[in-house]
Design a protein around this ligand. Structure first.
Ligand code: PEP
Length: 251
């Protein structure tokens, strides 16, 4: 039995004050919700304040990226252990926006994921195809290459989560159908079985991301291999995120 995991990725949004308003609302409204793990990924600047505000709740704080080195002359970079020190217990790596705009590759995602896991922090490794790749029938081969690179240096770990986020569904309002998502999730689970064995494949959580909203969460979560959601836009409003978390609870 996999506990669903719902994570809000705030991207480049919210001042510290705005972040605190949001998570205070989440703490109040989700404090009693059982059966689902919850995380929020504020911008780096708000991680520490948000973690302090969420003390005493089970809502986890996530970072949106981390560099693979642990210290040294890497201007602008943050290590997973620094993010952990600030209060993050999960790090998202390989988000398509990092791949598209900041030069992340399958290889660098693998280095980041390994660094995150070896710092004792959880890694949420993102994969997903573009529309052109899907239209060319290349979805599963793209996912395979992203998993091969992204997990190449990652040891078997219960701190590993995978997020399937079709690029064409991110921020577009266009969600993968439950059947489209399920097909890729089942494929990812089979690849995890090859890499880490059947027990890890059965236990690992595979999140769906791409225009998740309160109205489409339940039908996505009803798929056997969808174990939660990585939510962008709809996580910025506390009320919408609360509704998504509640819809993701097992029935
Ligand atoms: C994301 O950025 O991870 C994401 C899924 O965004 P959105 O929900 O806005 O499509």
């Amino acid at each position: 039995m996999r506990t669903p995991f719902v994570v809000g990725n705030w991207k480049l949004n919210k001042t510290i004050a705005e972040a605190l308003v949001n998570v205070t609302e989440l703490k109040n409204q989700l404090g009693a919700v059982k059966g689902v793990d919850i995380g929020v990924a504020p911008p780096f600047t708000a991680i520490h304040s948000v973690a302090k505000r969420l003390e005493g709740s089970s809502i986890a704080v996530c970072a949106q990226d981390a560099f693979w080195e642990t210290s040294g002359a890497w201007t602008g970079a943050l290590s997973a252990s620094m993010l952990h020190d600030a209060g993050a217990t999960w790090v998202i790596v390989g988000h398509s926006e990092r791949r598209q705009h900041f030069g992340d590759t399958n290889e660098s995602v693998g280095k980041k994921a390994r660094a995150v896991i070896s710092s004792g922090v959880g890694a949420i490794v993102c994969v997903g195809e573009t529309l052109a790749e899907r239209d060319a029938g290349r979805t599963l081969s793209v996912i395979d290459a992203q998993l091969d690179g992204g997990l190449a240096e990652v040891p078997d770990s219960n701190h590993l989560v995978i997020a399937y986020e079709p690029v064409w569904a991110i921020g577009t309002g266009r969600t993968a159908t439950p059947a489209q998502a399920q097909e890729v999730h089942a494929h990812i689970r089979s690849r995890v079985a090859v890499r880490y064995g059947a027990d890890r494949a059965a236990a690992i959580r595979i999140l769906y991301g791409g225009s998740v909203k309160p109205s489409n969460t339940a039908e996505l979560m009803a798929q056997p291999d969808i174990d939660g959601a990585l939510v962008g836009g709809a996580s910025l409003e506390a009320a919408d995120f609360v509704a998504i978390v509640k819809a993701a609870r097992p029935s």
